[in-house]
Design a protein around this ligand. Structure first.
Ligand SMILES: C[S@@+](CC[C@H](N)C(=O)[O-])C[C@H]1O[C@@H](n2cnc3c(N)ncnc32)[C@H](O)[C@@H]1O
Length: 346
């Protein structure tokens, strides 16, 4: 099977799968999967057959590399084919993450509670400012001074040169981006911050007295609905919180169309799976497109997004719990390596 995948022999791969060969197989020594072998040779058809059969896109080898990275590293001459393989895996990853996310949303309330607990632990705990760092009560770095060049770049992107923009920053931390925004000038500068000790520091440092600056204290989850109800709109928005799940970020993205002026700019600190380029891209696309915000969207993700919106709108129309459960179960079966599930989805 490994040879068939590496050699792009799609008929052999199909025959072996039909005979019961597990699509999730990984060889013992290096941990390479069937999908990695196919991706390495840019064998698009084999990749598609394996993904459809339930081969896990996120499996990693013994060096923590996933199939997407094998596709990126592949050195065949045909750049189009190579790109098609990358797109195919990424598209599948985004689709799987979005569907899985919904299954989790519906069925694993405990996970949500777990995430909320993490956030509440942080917000209810102590923080301290020390030598260019903000650290939480378990000595984890919330923000570090070395991130300044990144924050400068975000501020420059958001503020432009016209000095005429209403800017919103979510998460003060060390205030690096807020100082950079102040240096660049803007019409108004709003900061949402939730941690009482950070708010205290902001008070001490005079942020409450700065002209044009409004401090909104509280979690963005509570503040944003109020700002929207007041009809507040912004030209530039930055999001960089702490101890939150990427699903929170998705939740934030769902608010963007309501608080952003047309032509506005959004930027965020993107620390999703920073150690793995491919997971980073998958997480990024899922997060951006997962809840109805479709700006700067790639075509592959767009088609996934449309399919997903269609599925969601169908679910809404029916308003029928049984049908909803059936769809979720089907999706789940599809994800769980079930040919029947895949056929049901189709
Ligand atoms: C990584 S720091 C932000 C750093 C900032 N970009 C800078 O340039 O210094 C994250 C900040 O978000 C705040 N925060 C965490 N959860 C929040 C929430 N739900 N709403 C508002 N602020 C939150 C934290 O207290 C912390 O001050």
């Amino acid at each position: 099977m490994l040879l068939a995948c590496a050699g792009g022999k799609v008929k052999d791969v199909e025959a072996l799968l039909a005979a019961g060969f597990p699509p999730h197989y990984q060889e013992e020594k290096e941990g390479t999967s069937l999908l990695m072998h196919a991706a390495k040779g840019a064998h698009l058809e084999v990749v598609q057959v394996l993904l459809a059969a339930g081969a896990p896109w996120m499996a990693v080898d013994r060096h923590s590399k996933c199939a997407g990275e094998y596709a990126i590293a592949c050195d065949i001459g045909d750049a189009n084919r190579k790109q098609s393989v990358i797109d195919s895996i990424l598209n599948h990853a985004v689709m799987a993450e979005m569907l899985l996310g919904t299954v989790e949303d519906q069925t694993a309330k405990a996970n949500v509670l777990e995430q909320q607990r993490e956030s509440h632990d942080y917000l209810g705990g102590t923080v301290r400012y020390e030598r260019g760092r903000l650290v939480d009560q378990v000595d984890e770095g919330v923000m570090m001074e070395w991130e300044a060049p990144l924050m400068e770049a975000h501020a420059s992107f958001l503020c432009g040169d016209d000095g005429n923009r209403d800017i919103l920053n979510v998460g003060f931390g060390l205030g690096i981006i807020d100082r950079a925004i102040q240096r660049r000038k803007c019409r108004s500068h709003t900061i949402i911050e939730a941690h009482p000790m950070v708010l205290e520091k902001m008070k001490t440092d005079g942020w409450y007295r700065k002209a044009g600056v409004t401090i909104e204290s509280g979690r963005w989850q509570n503040v944003l609905p109020r700002l929207v109800a007041q009809g507040k709109k912004f030209d530039g928005i930055f999001f960089d919180t702490y101890a939150e799940h990427y699903r929170d970020m998705q939740g934030f993205h769902a608010w963007l169309p309501k608080v952003m002026r047309p032509g506005g700019i959004y930027s965020f600190f993107n620390g999703l799976c920073p150690d793995n380029l491919f997971f980073h891209a998958g997480g990024h696309q899922t997060t951006i497109h997962g809840k109805g915000y479709a700006d700067g969207i790639g075509m592959a993700a767009m088609s996934t997004f449309c399919q997903w919106q269609f599925l969601k709108s169908k679910m809404k129309e029916q308003k029928d719990l049984v049908i909803r459960s059936c769809i979720l179960l089907t999706v789940f079966m599809g994800l769980m390596d079930s040919t029947v599930g895949k056929q049901m989805i189709h």
